[in-house]
Design a protein around this ligand. Structure first.
Ligand code: ADP
Ligand code: MG
Length: 276
């Protein structure tokens, strides 16, 4: 049977991505970055390349301090690369700000805004009507278990609740590509697992293009179509792994022998890398 490719839609009728039909939603091409401070030079990124196809969920796993957040700053136009470029949908957008939905590693909520007003901010900045989006924001807040805290200020929330609020704020961004920097790191194991399944459900409904940084191998495999494993600093791609498990994915894949084997392989790759 032949596969019909619809160039207008990133997902074909088999539920697979039409990777050949459209340029990547997001692409980093051969990024180099060295920080120079006083007499010290820290080379952070060493020709790093990766791509997120439209509607794909891609994760980056790498040792701490390897340059993952720096890559996100470069993608977001907050830091200039020494060499290399960032592309979105076939256009060079290197250095341009305000093109992605970005959840930074630190939640960076506005302290003078309530949870609801923080979540509404991206729509406000995009000049979209507040009344129109307030209902949608409330639905997200409810789905994240934060309804009771809608009118609370960030400093009164736990780290995990702040992270969930920052995540919702990224969800509300009108930009199609989401960059999530360790979105669940402040959550305890149980909440983290709940939030992973929550994100999985939401993503499978909406299919935005996502690039997520995580330390958590199981989380990366559960959520992603592709996982990039990075080396220690200066970061290069050690391996690009295509995750074959069909969607929708459920909790039971965590105990699938093929899943456990991939998890073990990535884990030993990372242990080897840390020994160097
Ligand atoms: P990761 O997110 O993978 O943990 P980062 O990208 O945050 O790593 O940092 C990588 C390295 O670059 C670290 O050694 C960090 O200290 C250094 N670094 C990050 N930002 C700067 C900066 N603005 N100036 C100097 N050094 C920096
Ligand atoms: Mg980081």
């Amino acid at each position: 049977m032949t596969t019909v490719q619809n160039p207008e839609h990133p997902i074909n009728h088999h539920g697979q991505l039409n990777s050949s039909s459209a340029p990547p939603a997001l692409e980093a091409r051969s990024i180099y970055k060295t920080f120079r401070e006083r007499k010290q030079e820290i080379q952070v990124l060493d020709g790093l390349s990766l791509a997120v196809q439209p509607g794909q969920f891609v994760s980056i796993i790498g040792p701490s301090g390897s340059g993952k957040s720096t890559l996100f700053h470069i993608i977001g136009g907050l830091t200039a690369p020494d060499a290399g470029s960032i592309w979105m949908n076939g256009a060079d957008v290197t250095g341009q700000k305000g093109r992605i939905a970005y959840m930074p590693q630190q939640p960076a909520l506005f302290p003078w805004r309530t949870v609801l007003d923080n979540v509404l901010l991206p729509r406000e900045l995009a000049g979209m009507d507040k009344e129109h989006t307030i209902q949608e924001a409330r639905r997200w807040i409810e789905r994240a278990g934060l309804s009771e805290f809608e009118q609370a200020y960030p400093h009164t929330l736990s780290g995990g609740m702040q992270q969930r609020t920052a995540f919702l704020r990224a969800m509300m961004s009108p930009h199609e590509v989401m960059c999530l920097d360790e979105p669940f790191s402040a959550l305890d194991a149980l909440t983290r697992s709940d939030m992973q399944h929550w994100l999985l459900d939401i993503w499978e409904e909406n299919r935005r293009s996502v690039l997520m940084i995580t330390h958590h191998i199981e989380e990366a495999l559960l959520l992603s179509d592709t996982v990039y494993v990075l080396s220690s600093r200066p970061a290069q791609v050690l391996q690009k792994i295509d995750v074959p498990f069909p969607r929708p994915r459920r909790e039971n894949i965590l105990s699938d022998p093929a899943f456990l084997e991939m998890k073990g392989a990535i884990s030993s790759m990372m242990r080897e890398e840390l020994k160097k």
